[in-house]
Design a protein around this ligand. Structure first.
Ligand code: SF4
Length: 495
């Protein structure tokens, strides 16, 4: 049974007050409890920051698959007791999605589901396949009919066309053909399957709640349901969760782990623990390293909330300067708020941020933020802080300059729109109107993560948006000859 939520969002505006790279997806799966769908809804709620435009849950009750998908927030889609009652089952998977361009189409909302000769299979994906377009064209030539425009559906068709003897064999066969970043949860009549790509770019963690086993993008999804963290799924590992417990498979040749370092800088929730490190502690350490690298005489350290807060705490601790909430964030800004007209556009940033004048007036302020993408927000915040009476404004950024796009499941503007692609640091400082600007160095970032420096021959993380060193080949290109993510193409190219 498949039901859909009637709520429709208008096209997501590219709001200037939300100038961040955006993680596209979150996944969750649970096996071995009669409340599987309710636990999944709670888990997805905790993971809402990884995708806010659409969500879906598919549950299995031993006989049939029950699904519900919708556009909007988890709390809007899974609010009805009738909906939750229909999602019966001892196992379930769920997915949050961020719509990357244009209208969020319900047919693109995951988990995707397909009926095979071996039974049903639902799948949810966090990441992006870098050869999805190429594979899609090949599959269409072989007669495959695609229902969605997601790269994830390529995996479904590769499973369908595989000659493998079991579901697991077919999934492995399919994954041997794909390139890119993927953490997956897949639900079959025989159990729940979790997969992490051989480079482990996106996170996937294993947890336990009584006799039930759980997979999730981040540990904050365990906390909300009272589950305990067991371990990270290893790069290239496949786990099968069923009545026999958890079994681990290693069908791929070992790859070099290249976990996305931006998960620590911005994507993951600060109360999550990923790859053995507290995200909050990592951000504080980055702030401390940033203070060591780029000291400036000032009176107060002010975070750009919320994402700049942990790094600013670290910066203040290391510099010995007071930390103050000199900017207050309004948490009640709806994503579907009216698009400002040109006349009121300069008020746009104030919908989300306001200067706390008493903490700023007459002071030399150091603003700490996690990153600069287009620079649009930074410019307006600096202006706001100056208007509140700051005598000097210095900006410190807890990541190196973002000079390159991401093709591994993160929505990034085209390279040409990235401020750091177009200007050197002095030029950027002029554009955003600060007295001084500094970013943490790439080696400083690695030091903050507990490593001596970046190993240029074998980098320990994916840091391609800062260095251009892409760990997984980029196979798909758009019509202009630039690398592209299938999910980001506004027009689906003809097969
Ligand atoms: S390119 Fe940047 S955002 Fe993308 S996976 Fe690598 S580090 Fe993360």
């Amino acid at each position: 049974m498949i039901t859909t939520h009637p709520f429709h969002l208008p096209e997501t505006p590219e709001t200037e007050d939300d100038d961040h790279l955006r993680e596209e997806c979150a996944i969750f799966g649970i096996y071995g409890t009669q409340d599987a769908a309710a636990h999944t809804a709670l888990g997805l709620h905790a993971l809402q920051h990884r995708g806010q435009e659409a969500s879906g849950i598919v549950a299995f009750d031993g006989k049939r698959f029950n699904a519900h998908r919708g556009l909007g927030h988890v709390s809007e889609i899974f609010v009805s007791p009738n909906v939750m009652a229909r999602l019966e089952g001892h196992a379930a998977i769920g997915h949050n999605r961020y719509a990357t361009t244009g209208e969020t189409l319900l047919r693109n909302v995951q988990p995707l589901f397909a009926d095979f000769e071996f039974g049903g299979l639902a799948i949810g994906h966090n990441g992006n396949l870098t050869n999805a377009l190429k594979l899609r064209r090949q599959l269409v030539k072989r007669g495959c009919l695609f229902q969605s425009t997601t790269d994830t559906e390529v995996i479904i068709h590769l499973i369908a066309t595989s000659q493998g003897a079991t579901v697991l064999d077919r999934l492995i066969d399919a994954l041997r053909q794909v390139e890119g970043a993927y953490s997956l949860v897949a639900l079959t009549g025989h159990g729940l399957i979790g997969v992490r790509d051989p480079n482990g770019v996106r996170p996937l963690v294993l947890g336990k709640l009584g006799d039930a086993h759980i997979l999730a993008s981040e540990t904050c999804a365990f906390d909300i349901i009272g589950a305990e963290f067991v371990r990270d799924i290893e790069p290239g590992e496949i786990v099968v969760l069923n009545g026999d417990g958890v079994t681990s498979h290693r069908p791929f040749p070992p790859g070099r782990k290249r976990f996305c370092v931006f998960e620590y800088i911005y994507f993951a929730r600060p109360d999550s623990n990923v790859e053995g490190q507290s995200v909050y502690e990592a951000r504080k350490n980055i702030g401390m390293e940033l203070a060591r690298e780029s000291h400036v005489d000032a009176d107060v350290i002010v975070p750009v909330p919320d994402s700049g807060v942990p790094a600013a705490i670290g910066y203040a601790a290391e510099s010995g300067l007071p930390f103050e909430l000199g900017i207050i964030r309004n948490h009640y800004v709806g994503r579907t708020f009216i698009q400002p007209t040109d006349q009121i556009r300069h008020y746009d940033v104030k919908r989300k941020h306001n200067a706390n004048r008493m903490q700023i007036e007459g002071k030399r302020v150091v603003l700490v933020d996690d990153s600069i993408v287009r620079g649009t927000t930074s410019k307006k915040i600096v202006e706001m802080v100056r208007n509140a009476g700051a005598t000097e404004v210095h900006m410190r950024i807890a990541s190196p300059p973002t000079t390159n796009a991401c093709f591994y499941g993160v929505d990034t503007p085209q390279k040409e729109k990235l401020l750091a692609h177009n200007y050197d640091i002095e030029g950027m400082a002029k554009v955003i109107g600060v007295d001084s600007l500094a970013f943490i160095s790439i080696d400083g970032l690695y030091r903050a993560m507990g490593l001596p420096a970046r190993n240029d021959a074998m980098p320990q993380y994916c840091d391609a948006c800062f260095t251009g060193d892409y760990p997984i080949s980029l196979t798909d290109f758009d019509d202009g000859g630039d690398p592209a993510q299938l999910s980001l193409l506004t027009e689906q190219p003809a097969a």
